[in-house]
Design a protein around this ligand. Structure first.
Ligand code: 1CP
Length: 344
């Protein structure tokens, strides 16, 4: 088969298995890197870092200078969308994000007309990255999927059980659906503009696809992801999309069929043999090392990394973590993991 592209990671997303799995690391730019902490300390705030192309390009490229990764992921955050819609979003150092939680009136006050213009610096960052990256590297754009973004907009912060947003969805169904509609439409505009600015592929982060019964999973996770993929492909034909419904468990196959994503991110709690038994062998998967194994390193990391490579040897596979890298991760362990995946 002729290669569909000379970018190994993009080719894998498009269904073409590589001899060794290409690798990127979820949240690969960030606080485990001293050079990131230094750039961050010299910048006013986290959102300023996201909206200053010169700095966002610098931190995007930092992990690629250290490690032989196959992709750069745009440095930004899923919460630039609420910020762009006019909701107050703050990032206190060492803590997660804080938002003024939305009520029904707040949802009606969101201003979709200003959102894409507000995000213009993100598109400039992508244009500069496109120009700076060697041709074999894949450039990944992203946004949060609507439900995950809504959990922060309604709850005001990250929460282990997404209680506030789950409750709001049941108690105020019409306002909730209006919020999801706004997020679907804004995300389509945002991702289409990311492709125009040079992204090769985008990932939809549905980090909180957990804790939902069947009906809620369909309404809050599956349907909005499907609408984004469909709407995006009307604007950017055949746009390559990676879905990441973390915690979808028994709903993984239904999610992949309903949304039409090209590749599926697999969280670390999902068994490899379950994936192989339930997802068609031509579908690309991405994952799924527990980030804790990368913290511990040694045999705890290497044994499972090899099991993942062998377990996904018969399908297109992108090596990644099953969730984001954490700040206490030793850099030497990342170096070793990349070497191992590349064949060492
Ligand atoms: O290289 C990269 O991947 C960095 C770009 C990136 C991405 C893809 C950042 C920078 N954030 C994200 C996605 C993101 N942000 C997700 C989806 C992935 C996941 O599940 O981990 C989520 C849920 C967020 C929200 C968010 N932003 C959190 C998690 C809060 C919680 O509920 O636990 C945090 C800590 C942030 C801030 C943030 N975003 C990114 C960085 C480097 C940081 C740390 C900020 C700092 O420097 O203080």
């Amino acid at each position: 088969m002729a290669p569909v592209t000379h970018k190994p990671l993009l080719a894998t997303v498009l269904g073409q298995r590589q001899e060794r799995p290409p690798i990127w690391i979820m949240r690969q730019a960030g606080r485990y890197l001293p050079e990131y902490r230094q750039t961050r300390a010299q910048t006013g705030g986290f959102l300023e870092l996201c909206y200053t192309p010169e700095l966002a390009v610098e931190v995007t490229l930092q992990p690629l200078r250290r490690f032989d990764l196959d992709a750069a992921i745009l440095f930004s955050d899923i919460l630039v969308i609420p910020d762009a819609l006019g909701q107050s979003v703050r990032f206190a150092t060492g803590e997660g994000p804080l938002l003024d939680p939305l009520d029904e009136k707040g949802i009606d006050g969101l201003d979709r007309d200003r959102a894409i213009a507000h995000l213009a610096p993100v598109f400039e960052t992508l244009r500069r990255l496109r120009a700076a990256l060697p041709p074999e590297k894949t450039l990944i754009g992203f946004c949060g999927a609507p439900w995950t973004v809504a959990t922060y907009m309604l709850g005001g912060r990250g929460s282990p059980d997404q209680w506030a947003a789950r409750r709001f969805a049941l108690e105020h169904p019409q306002a909730f659906d209006r919020l999801i509609d706004i997020l679907v439409d804004t995300s389509i505009d945002y991702l289409a503009a990311q492709f125009e600015a040079g992204a090769d592929v985008v990932q939809l982060f549905e980090s909180w696809a957990l804790n939902l019964d069947d009906a809620s999973f369909f309404r809050q996770v599956m349907d909005p992801n499907r609408r984004i993929v469909e709407g995006l492909r009307q604007r950017v034909p055949d746009a390559p999309v990676i879905g990441f419904p973390r915690g979808a468990a028994g709903n993984l196959r239904r999610f992949s069929e309903a949304t039409g994503v090209n590749a599926l991110g697999i969280d670390f709690a999902t068994p490899i043999d379950f994936v192989n038994a339930h997802l068609p062998p031509e579908l690309a998967v991405q994952g799924n090392l527990d980030p804790l194994r990368l913290v511990v390193g040694g045999e705890a990391m290497e044994r499972q990394a090899r099991a993942i490579i062998e377990g996904f040897a018969n399908r297109p596979h992108i090596f990644n973590l099953g969730h984001g890298i954490v700040p206490e991760t030793p850099i030497a362990h990342v170096e070793r993991l990349v070497e191992l995946v590349k064949g060492g």
